[in-house]
Write a protein that binds this ligand. Structure first.
Ligand SMILES: CC(C)(COP(=O)(O)OP(=O)(O)OC[C@H]1O[C@@H](n2cnc3c(N)ncnc32)[C@H](O)[C@@H]1OP(=O)(O)O)[C@@H](O)C(=O)NCCC(=O)NCCS
Length: 293
């Protein structure tokens, strides 16, 4: 019998093993890549990968990122799971279970959450996770473009990235209902992979990820030390090049934009919770898109 793969818990200091982790991720998830994110030195102490190694390769893994979760006005330490998987040729050997159980044991009694794809909706309930709904939000809003656009920020630039992370660390949560704090290094993962909307600087303490398409401006996220509806409304004409008639939001915007309303279920979210009653999220919530690992 061949020996069982060895569990290693990778943190930000295990740079010699990060390439093996990145190879695993790109083999299991066609849409996900950690290489550029690692090159950008975004792996920080709160992110741990419970990786099973065999012949120098990661064959299965579950990662957990420490969260300062906001639930119904309360800040809770929780862990968000991601990169859960197993190489195709190693599936059915109980390896993902081993990785999940190791990561869950390390979480202790703290709640856990994750965003699942359609192929694993029956997998996570085996580990005590229960599904929870997520909503989409929108608002009618008519705006014309201003003569000058707000400055664009490029997170590939190290100084810009550092300034963004510093702002993200002190930014207010987007919602008191269901959100999280200090997730700059999750947002940079989306930017490193070209998945986030363009990033605009509104003022020294406010940046906005936003993308205009066919008369609709999607405000994907707002990182602001002191979020203000008036400041965002004043800035919107500087984020667009053509007139808009509606806004969509990548988070629950009802604090920042009281006119926004739930527009339907987010059927692709795949939110699962463990150790946290889904009813505490209220009937409508939206965990920030750029905070999902
Ligand atoms: C889902 C996945 C992680 C399972 O890996 P695996 O190593 O084959 O899983 P295990 O052998 O440890 O199986 C653990 C248990 O889950 C069950 N299981 C495995 N895949 C499952 C699936 N897709 N749906 C439901 N149950 C599943 C197994 O039957 C086993 O049950 P048991 O322990 O009660 O006997 C793997 O198929 C994978 O990597 N998929 C692609 C990546 C992915 O989509 N990850 C999720 C990202 S949100």
């Amino acid at each position: 019998m061949s020996p069982q793969p060895t569990l290693r818990i990778l943190d930000h200091t295990d740079t010699a093993l990060h390439p093996a982790y990145c190879d695993y991720v790109s083999r299991v998830f066609t849409q996900a890549d950690f290489r550029r994110w690692c090159e950008w030195e975004q792996w920080a102490p709160g992110y741990l990968a419970y990786s099973l190694f065999e012949d120098g390769r990661v064959v299965a893994n579950a990662s957990a990122m420490r969260q300062r979760l906001i639930v119904d006005g309360e800040e809770i330490v929780a862990f968000q799971f991601g990169a859960v998987g197993c190489l195709p040729e190693s599936r059915g050997r109980g390896l993902a279970r081993r990785a999940m159980e190791a990561a869950l044991a390390a979480c202790g009694d703290a709640p856990a959450l994750l965003f699942a794809n359609d192929s694993v909706l029956e997998f996570y309930p085996r580990f005590g996770f229960v599904p929870a709904p997520q909503s989409e939000f929108e608002a009618d809003y008519i705006a014309e473009p201003a003569p000058r656009r707000a400055p664009r920020l490029d997170l590939a630039d190290p100084a810009t990235r550092d300034a963004f992370l510093a702002l993200a660390a002190r930014a207010a949560p987007t919602s008191e209902g269901f959100a999280t704090r200090d997730y700059g290094r999750t947002a940079t993962w989306y930017a490193a992979n070209g998945y986030s909307a363009p990033l605009f600087r509104i003022d020294a303490d406010t940046v906005v990820f936003a993308q205009e398409d066919d008369g609709v401006l999607t405000v994907e996220d707002v990182f602001a030390a002191a979020p203000s509806h008036a400041a965002l409304a004043a800035a919107l004409p500087r984020l667009i090049e053509r007139p808009i008639r509606a806004l969509r939001f990548g988070f629950d915007p009802r604090t920042l934009w009281p006119q926004a309303r739930p527009s339907g279920p987010d059927r692709d979210a795949g939110l699962f919770l463990r150790g946290l009653d889904p009813s505490r999220l209220g009937p409508h919530s939206r965990f920030p898109l750029l905070a999902r690992t």
